[in-house]
Ligand binder design. Structure first.
Ligand SMILES: [Zn+2]
Length: 94
């Protein structure tokens, strides 16, 4: 997958650390350099803390969009990134 290779190249770049620090200081994206204006949810904000990628680049490199659509029927992705099975969750029986 080419995008993932781009991302790995980015991580291996000798300038990575300084680019990361600059991105975080200026509220910009490490990969594309644009201002990070909005992040989708708590996990996207956490991801920005970790990787300094904007929403678009998170989706592109980390595949957040594909991951959400790969959930099976009856599953929902929690903000922490965990997958919860809704079926079989019987409150009275636990
Ligand atoms: Zn970006």
């Amino acid at each position: 997958m080419k995008d993932m290779q781009d991302f790995l190249d980015l991580l291996k770049n000798p300038d990575y650390r300084s680019r990361y620090l600059i991105a975080k200081r200026t509220g910009a994206c490490l990969a594309c350099g644009s201002k990070v204006l909005s992040l989708r949810d708590a996990s996207a904000r956490l991801e920005y803390e970790v990787s300094a990628l904007c929403q678009e680049c998170q989706d592109r490199y980390l595949g957040a969009g594909t991951r959400a659509s790969s959930l099976k029927d009856g599953e929902v992705e929690l903000p922490e990134g965990k997958i919860r099975h809704l079926r079989g969750h019987n409150k009275g029986k636990d």
